[in-house]
Ligand binder design. Structure first.
Ligand code: DC
Length: 230
């Protein structure tokens, strides 16, 4: 299928805590493009499955759940924030927890679950453009994207960032526990058979270890609007 006349896409893939979420939202805001937080879709399906009391290891049940779950994104009251509505319930806060992340990672390894979410993701591609945040945006969902970035950072830095975020939200976590969870989740995401976490061959790799958010945003925007050679 040719996307020659479709809206431009910037894919931003990378492991958890690489700053993808914040960077993607800021870059989408600056470009005036739509935003797809694909991780929220896997989190939403895991959450819906949990609410329905389903067995998260049952592939058929998870695939049916992925097809049946209604997921909506709405602008939040605070500027630049998004609420995620799952089957009519605002589940934004529940979806951000490490438990929801681990459930998402487990069901995201199931091919039928991934297949059930493809059409929904492709539907986000609309003018004037789309910033797509995830693990397989540049490799599987939008392989023809004009702009691809892969964000990384050391595991300890990613754990520290996540620790700060969760603490600010008043959640009780330990740094060591968080780093273990992050490493376990990344190993699973990177080693799974379907759509593993890996940079697209044509992605620009940005290591954000030690970088501030403004610098990362500037670097990613430069991929879309390269500065003319001096
Ligand atoms: O980006 P996140 O932390 O919200 O993602 C949660 C999990 O969902 C992640 O551990 C793996 C899975 N995921 C995926 O497999 N493919 C994506 N495009 C996005 C997320």
């Amino acid at each position: 299928m040719s996307h020659a006349h479709s809206a431009p896409v910037l894919t931003i893939d990378g492991p958890s805590g690489s700053g993808k979420g914040t960077v993607s939202a800021r870059v989408a805001g600056q470009l005036g493009w739509r935003l797809l937080d694909s991780g929220a879709l896997y989190r939403a399906v895991g959450y819906a499955a949990g609410m329905a009391g389903l067995d998260l290891s049952d592939v058929d049940a998870m695939a049916r759940c992925a097809e049946a779950t209604r997921i909506q994104f709405r602008a939040g009251a605070a500027e630049g924030t998004t609420r995620v509505i799952v089957n009519g319930h605002d589940a934004t806060d529940e979806l951000r927890t490490e438990t929801a992340g681990a459930a998402a990672s487990a069901i995201a390894a199931m091919a039928p679950v991934r297949d059930a979410l493809v059409a929904l993701q492709l539907g986000f591609r609309k003018a004037p453009g789309l910033v797509a945040d995830g693990r397989d945006m540049g490799t599987v969902i939008f392989p023809d994207a004009a702009f691809k970035v892969f964000l990384t950072a050391s595991a300890s830095e990613r754990a520290k960032r996540r620790y700060k975020q969760l603490k600010e939200k008043g959640l009780s976590v330990t740094l060591a526990g968080l780093q273990r969870e992050i490493e376990a989740r990344d190993n699973r995401d990177a080693s799974r058979a379907v759509a593993p976490l890996k940079p697209a061959a044509d992605a620009v790799i940005v290591d954000t270890t030690g970088m501030g958010i403004d610098d990362v945003v500037a670097k990613v925007l430069a991929v879309v609007h390269p500065l003319p050679a001096a």
